[in-house]
Design a protein around this ligand. Structure first.
Ligand code: HEM
Length: 295
């Protein structure tokens, strides 16, 4: 089936099979003329053309198709395997958390007296509330697991080496931000468990050298956990860190596309096609006569 995409976005066809007229078909193979399209077919066709016009209009003004074609049809190294999908799995988990989080924020109240009640309300009364809340809660653990697996893949494949060091550093910051998301999200239900877990976490933070006590005070918004702590955790959890993560993931993916991915370490690089045969090189191809050893 041909997708309704502007020409620039379509995958280029194979040579000779790009839809050009290849000459008239023999008389016995010619098809009967097609019946006139029904109303629903015409509406469908009109809708498709409308969508193509809109996409073409946007494309002319943004040049997005060149970027998308380059990104979607870029070459990947031989040996690329399932381990390379872990980065995209992390991206999917992040986007999933963002979407479910937006729906939860529509019903959640970040106040010490109402937070727990609003979570009970989401779970018991809101349509699909318990489902979305559960997805967000379990999705947080899934994201931590896949981000570590992705980091492991990058490490064991040596993909952090030149010229990808900066992408590794961006990744480390993303890992820290993901864990801060977990910490700040844990307090939000404001039940006994989340309250005391945050007391423990902020006490541990306070034992850090030099900056520890200041950081703990900043997180708690004072010496104790209270209403301001909850407001602070909420704004860090749903505004500050997601904003930073969107920007950093953008930079991370830009570098992935620009530098390409690394081949698995067990694959040996093939010699360039035009390279001299090994015997000629060892026989002194660079100026030697082949009879005496190169000196
Ligand atoms: C929100 C978190 C993250 C997202 C959405 C993400 C996404 C991706 C994607 C889609 C790729 C390309 C496909 C692949 O190799 O799997 C990639 C590659 C890469 N990622 Fe991440 N990543 C994240 C976190 C990390 C972390 C924690 C590290 C390491 C500390 C890291 C380091 C790298 C490096 C070095 C590459 C290039 C790999 C190569 O060239 O083969 N990323 N990332």
């Amino acid at each position: 089936m041909r997708l309704p995409l502007p020409a620039a976005l379509r995958k280029p066809g194979k040579p000779g099979a790009n839809g050009r007229n290849q000459g008239p078909a023999p008389a016995d193979l010619r098809e009967e003329p097609a019946p006139p399209p029904s109303t629903s077919e015409r509406v469908l066709e009109g809708t498709k053309e409308g969508a193509i016009d809109v996409a073409g209009w946007v494309d002319q003004r943004t040049g997005a198709s060149g970027f998308l074609t380059g990104m979607l049809y870029r070459k990947v190294p031989k040996g690329t395997n399932w381990y390379y999908t872990l980065g995209s799995a992390t991206l999917f988990a992040f986007l999933f958390q963002a979407i479910t989080g937006v729906f939860l924020a529509m019903f959640y109240t970040p106040s010490p007296t109402q937070a727990y009640g609003s979570i009970v309300h989401i779970n018991n009364d809101v349509f699909l509330g318990e489902f979305v809340h559960g997805m967000h809660k379990w999705g947080a653990s899934v994201m931590i697991i896949v981000i570590f697996l992705h980091m492991g893949r990058v490490f064991f494949f040596g993909a952090y080496k030149y010229p990808r060091e900066l992408n590794w550093v961006i990744g480390v910051v993303l890992l820290i931000l993901t864990m801060v998301m977990g910490l700040t999200g844990y307090l939000l239900p404001f039940d006994q468990r989340s309250f005391w877990a945050t007391v423990v976490a902020s006490n541990i933070t306070g034992t850090g050298p030099v900056l520890g006590p200041y950081l703990a005070d900043f997180l708690r918004a004072g010496p104790d956990i209270g209403a301001t702590t909850l407001a602070r955790f909420y704004s860090i959890h749903m505004l500050l860190i997601p904003g930073l993560m969107f920007a950093l993931i953008g930079a991370h993916l830009y570098l992935v596309v620009k530098l390409g991915t690394t081949a698995p370490p067990w694959l040996k690089a093939e010699p360039p096609k035009a390279a001299l045969p090994v015997e000629r090189v060892s026989a002194g191809a660079n100026g030697g006569d082949g009879a005496s050893p190169p000196g």
